[in-house]
Ligand binder design. Structure first.
Ligand code: SF4
Ligand code: SF4
Length: 433
C-alpha cells in the first residue's frame, strides 16, 4: 500500500496547526503584558453580549447591506469548514468522502455547503467592489495604507479561491456527480469539464482537494498577521468588554488612594511611605501601561473604520482616527513582543514608546471624548479608553496638557472653579443688576 499521501497530509496538518498554536501562544503572551483588570463580574450579561454581538453580529446589521453580507461570509465560512473534518479523516486514512455513507443527510449537508459557498462568492465580490470600485471613504482614508489596506483584498481573494476550489472539487468528482445528491451548485460547473477523461478529472479533483486543504491551513496561519484575527478574538473581546455605561470613566486606583489619604483626618501627610510602596506610573505611555483588555482590543480590531467614519474630530479634519489608535497599539505591541522574543524573554528598552513614536499628543488632544467610536464599533472595542489613559500620562506625569487646559486646571486647583477669579468674587455679577 502507498502511504506517502497520508504521510504528506499528516505532516502538512501538524505544520499548519503547530505554527498556528505557536502564534496563538505569542498573542496570548503579548496580551498578558498588559496590566491586570478584573472582568469576571456579571458573567450572564457577558455571555449574552458575546452571543448577541460576536455570534449574532447584532451591531453589524446597523448598516444592513454590509451587515447581511458579512453574516453570509461568516456563517458560510464557518459552516463550510465543518467539511474540514471529512477532509482530515480522508487525508489521514486514505478514505474518500467518508461521510457519504450518511446517504441523504450527506447530500443535504454538502448541498447546503455548496449554496453557502456560492453566497460567499457573491458576498466577497460585492465587498471587493465596495473597496476597489466604489471606494467607500472609510476604506481609502489616509490612516489605512500599506499592508493593512491590501490585507482586506488578500483575504477576499483567499475566500474566492477557497470557495471556487471547493466547488471545482465537487464538480470534478465523478462519483459525487453521478450520485446526484448534494451537487446543487457544482452540477452547473460540471459541464465545463465535459469531454475530459476520467483520469484527468480525477487529477483535477485531487489537485483542487489538496489546494483546498493547503489553502485553509495557510489562511489559518495568515490570521495572525491580519486584521482577520477578529474571526477568533471577537468572542473573548465582546465577553470581556467594559460593562459600565458609555462615558463613565474608571478612576485611577493610585489617585483614589491619594485622595482618600488626603481626606483622612488621622493620616499623617509626612509619614514615610510603607516599605515596598513603589512609584505608580499614572496613565499610559506605552503598551505595557495599558490593561490586557485594551491590548486584546488592539488584536481584535477589524480595521473596518466604522469608528473613524463617525468620529467628529476626524470628520472636521483633525489628525485623529480611532482606527489608527487601535492599529498603532497593535503595531507597537507586536514590536515589543518581537523585542522579547529576540532577547530570550526579556524586554530590553528600545527608546521607543506608543506615545510620540506611534500616537502623537496632537491626535490625543483632538478627541472630544464623545464615545461615538465606542458606540459604533461592531465588536465592542474602546479606542477612547486608550486615548484617555495616554492623556492621563501627559497630564499627570508630564504636565503636558495644552495651554488652555493647564490654565483651567490651575484655576480649579487655586479657585475651586475653572474661571480665573477668586471664589469670593463668584457672585459679583449680581451687584451689576
Ligand atoms: S471619543 Fe474621541 S476618538 Fe472616539 S469618536 Fe469621539 S472624538 Fe473620535
Ligand atoms: S475599533 Fe472597531 S470600529 Fe474601529 S476599526 Fe476597529 S473594529 Fe472597526
Amino acid at each position: 500500500m502507498n502511504y506517502l499521501d497520508n504521510i504528506i497530509f499528516a505532516v502538512l496538518l501538524v505544520l499548519g496547526f503547530g505554527y498556528f498554536f505557536i502564534n496563538i501562544k505569542k498573542i496570548s503572551r503579548n496580551i498578558n503584558l498588559g496590566k491586570a483588570v478584573d472582568r469576571t463580574d456579571n458573567s450572564n450579561i457577558r455571555w449574552k453580549n458575546m452571543a448577541m454581538i460576536a455570534l449574532g453580529q447584532s451591531k453589524m446589521v446597523k448598516r444592513p447591506i454590509a451587515g447581511i453580507l458579512h453574516i453570509i461570509v461568516y456563517v458560510g465560512f464557518v459552516i463550510i469548514n465543518i467539511e474540514l473534518l471529512e477532509i482530515i479523516i480522508d487525508g489521514l486514512f486514505g478514505t474518500h468522502r467518508i461521510f457519504s455513507s450518511l446517504g441523504t443527510l450527506y447530500g443535504v449537508l454538502i448541498g447546503s455547503f455548496e449554496i453557502l459557498a456560492f453566497l460567499v462568492l457573491v458576498a466577497v465580490t460585492v465587498f471587493w467592489i465596495r473597496r476597489n470600485v466604489i471606494k467607500l471613504k472609510r476604506f481609502i482614508n489616509p490612516d489605512l495604507k500599506g499592508f493593512p489596506k491590501n490585507d482586506a483584498n488578500y483575504i477576499l481573494y483567499f475566500e474566492m479561491v477557497l470557495m471556487t476550489l471547493f466547488l471545482v472539487m465537487n464538480a470534478t468528482d465523478v462519483h459525487f456527480q453521478l450520485s446526484n445528491s448534494g451537487n446543487v451548485i457544482s452540477q452547473f460547473i460540471a459541464p465545463i469539464f465535459t469531454g475530459i477523461s476520467d483520469n484527468s478529472l480525477h487529477l483535477i479533483e485531487r489537485t483542487a482537494w489538496w489546494l483546498h486543504i493547503s489553502g485553509i491551513l495557510i489562511f489559518l496561519n495568515y490570521l495572525y498577521f491580519s486584521k482577520h484575527l477578529h474571526i477568533l478574538l471577537a468572542f473573548p473581546n465582546t465577553y470581556f468588554a467594559d460593562l459600565n455605561p458609555l462615558g463613565q470613566l474608571d478612576n485611577l486606583e493610585a489617585v483614589t488612594k491619594e485622595v482618600k489619604l488626603m481626606m483622612d483626618p488621622n493620616a499623617d501627610p509626612y509619614a514615610t511611605p510603607p516599605e515596598g510602596d513603589v512609584h505608580v506610573k499614572f496613565g499610559a505611555s506605552d503598551v505595557q501601561d495599558l490593561n490586557w483588555v485594551q491590548l486584546l482590543n488592539a488584536y481584535t480590531c477589524t480595521e473596518c473604520g466604522r469608528c473613524t467614519s463617525v468620529c467628529p474630530a476626524n470628520q472636521t479634519g483633525k489628525k485623529l482616527s480611532p482606527r489608527k489608535i487601535m492599529m498603532d497599539t497593535r503595531d507597537r505591541l507586536e514590536e515589543v513582543g518581537k523585542n522579547i522574543d529576540t532577547n530570550k524573554g526579556l524586554f530590553i528598552p528600545d527608546n521607543k514608546s506608543l506615545l510620540n513614536d506611534y500616537i502623537t499628543p496632537e491626535e490625543l488632544w483632538a478627541c472630544t471624548s464623545c464615545n461615538a467610536c465606542v458606540e459604533e464599533c461592531p465588536i465592542s472595542i474602546s479606542p477612547l479608553s486608550i486615548i484617555i489613559d495616554m492623556r492621563r500620562y501627559l497630564v499627570m506625569e508630564q504636565s503636558a496638557a495644552p495651554m488652555p487646559l493647564n490654565a483651567m486646571m490651575t484655576n480649579v486647583e487655586n479657585n475651586g472653579a475653572p474661571w480665573q477669579y477668586n471664589q469670593q468674587d463668584r457672585l459679583n455679577w449680581k451687584n451689576e443688576i
